[in-house]
Design a protein around this ligand. Structure first.
Ligand SMILES: Cc1ncc(COP(=O)(O)O)c(C=O)c1O
Length: 471
């Protein structure tokens, strides 16, 4: 369900020739920001939802849902198994389906909506920028790509993350950010490394990792379920064991141009390696002049309670490239690959590109998100709320010792390891108004908006408790 500005309001504003600043000053109601509800220009579903022009109740909502899904599902390529409800509205940490059923969102769109749903400031920024310019292409400079790049670099250097961060390439998604990183590593291996050679194209990634679905990122994602249907994948990819330096030793050589790793494995089951392993990995990369690439797409942007999860490993484990996406746009598609100056020197005009990446709309939102998240106060808030979550999850582990075998993770990215299939628990939680997702094997992943309150955390824990009790 898209957020739409009523045409009347927009035209009225045009007629009044309002200035950019006065548009921003307008309140949400004066802008008439609303969910699309006019049948003509919106989805068939919207028309159905409002067909009786009565407030949605469970019954009409369920009817509308069934009709909408029957009408439209045959047209949608089924790449996801989706439950039978349709979300149309979000407010803070809650989502609503068309029956007005309310869900507490412990998924944040898979670690994306860190500043919550229906964020009015972001809506205003989107409106203002859309009224100005959405897209110009990378053939020209725009006002926001450079601003966001500078902001990201300065804030990263100001934290304890990636001390040699120098330049940023923007993409539209996580997998594209990783594609860029992998291509930069290949180019560096051929032309930039001290032992550069045509054979220096090998890339090491880790078992249980997830780096995306495009062919390059997929080649770095050794999950048979994801890879097998699309084989053969790219040549030169090797897979080590997360946290095991001996397994890296067995694969790394002068022909390795890059090693890509998540500082916290998200999809793999919420695993964190030891700082000692990461320092040893950094050292081994230096010995063969391979680039160390951190995929902070899920773990970054404050989720760990620090701007970047890799800050926990210390300066001796800083990367040459770091990728990010997800929370950077709070839902606006954007990704980025941040590189050191040495990597940047290997990349020339024309080496890589994207039509949409770096567009002013997404970058302006990204700039706002970074400003909100990368402050000591915000990050301290994440850490203190994370404590509440951790305490509550440990209590559940003590209450259901046979069922909950381990609590993993840090900050507001947590994995609850079950001894049995997690699907019934997840279904029961959803039934009772809590959205949670799976990870790894029988793991429940909890990645709520970072703006979640302690009360909301307690509310979610209570639903999770009830769901575990059903087993
Ligand atoms: C660590 C990591 N890398 C890459 C990706 C791929 O990002 P996207 O889905 O935006 O392509 C994801 C997505 O879940 C991820 O968690």
């Amino acid at each position: 369900m898209s957020l739409a500005i009523s045409l009347t309001a927009r035209n009225a504003m045009r007629r009044a020739a309002v200035t950019r600043s006065s548009v921003l000053a307008l309140s949400r109601s004066r802008l008439s920001l609303q969910s699309s509800s006019s049948a003509s220009s919106s989805s068939a579903f919207t028309a159905i939802r409002h067909v009786s022009s009565q407030p949605a109740d469970a019954e009409t909502g369920q009817e509308a849902t069934a009709k909408y899904l029957n009408d439209t599902s045959p047209y949608v390529l089924t790449t996801y198994a989706q439950p039978d409800f349709v979300l149309y509205k979000g407010e803070g940490c809650y989502l609503y389906d068309v029956s007005e059923k309310k869900y507490l969102d412990f998924t944040a769109g898979i670690a994306v909506n860190s500043l919550g749903h229906g964020n009015v400031d972001i809506a205003k920024i989107l409106f203002d920028q859309a009224m100005s310019v959405i897209h110009t292409s990378n053939l020209y400079h725009n006002e926001w790509a450079g601003t966001l790049a500078k902001n990201l670099i300065e804030r990263t250097r100001a934290t304890n993350g990636m001390k040699d961060a120098a330049r940023v390439f923007f993409s539209n998604s996580g997998t594209e950010a990783n594609e860029a990183a992998l291509k930069f590593a290949r180019k560096f291996g051929k032309y930039g490394a001290r032992n550069a050679s045509a054979d220096k194209f090998e890339i090491i990634s880790f078992k249980s990792s997830f780096h995306g679905r495009t062919l390059g990122s997929l080649s770095a994602t050794p999950n048979e379920k994801y890879q097998k249907p699309f084989a053969p994948l790219l040549p030169g990819f090797k897979y080590a064991t997360y946290g095991d330096i001996a397994s890296v030793e067995a694969l790394i050589s002068e022909n390795t141009c890059g090693v890509i790793i998540e500082p916290i494995q998200g999809e793999g089951g919420v695993y964190t390696p030891s700082p000692e392993f990461m320092v040893a990995l950094r050292k081994r990369c230096d010995e063969v002049d391979a680039l160390l690439i951190y995929d902070e797409i899920q773990s970054g942007m404050g989720r760990s309670g620090y701007l970047w999860a890799h800050e926990a490993f210390g300066p001796d484990a800083h990367p040459d490239i770091m990728t990010m996406a997800k929370a950077l746009g709070n839902g606006m598609p954007i990704g980025a690959a941040m590189v050191t100056e040495r990597v940047a020197q290997a990349i020339k005009v024309g080496d890589h590109g994207t039509t949409f990446g770096g567009n002013p709309l997404a970058c302006r939102v990204g700039n706002y998100v970074v400003d909100q998240i990368a402050t000591p106060e915000f990050l301290a808030g994440v850490r203190s709320k994370a404590q509440v979550l951790e305490t509550g999850l440990e209590k559940l582990k003590n209450k259901y010792p046979e069922l909950v075998t381990e609590i993993r993770g840090t900050g507001l990215i947590r994995g609850v390891q079950l001894s049995v299939d997690s699907s019934p628990v997840i279904s029961s939680a959803v039934e009772n108004g809590l959205l949670v997702i799976t990870a790894g094997t029988n793991t429940i992943r909890i990645v709520p908006p970072l703006v979640i309150s302690e009360d909301e955390i307690e509310e979610g824990l209570a639903i999770l408790d009830a769901a575990l009790a059903t087993l």
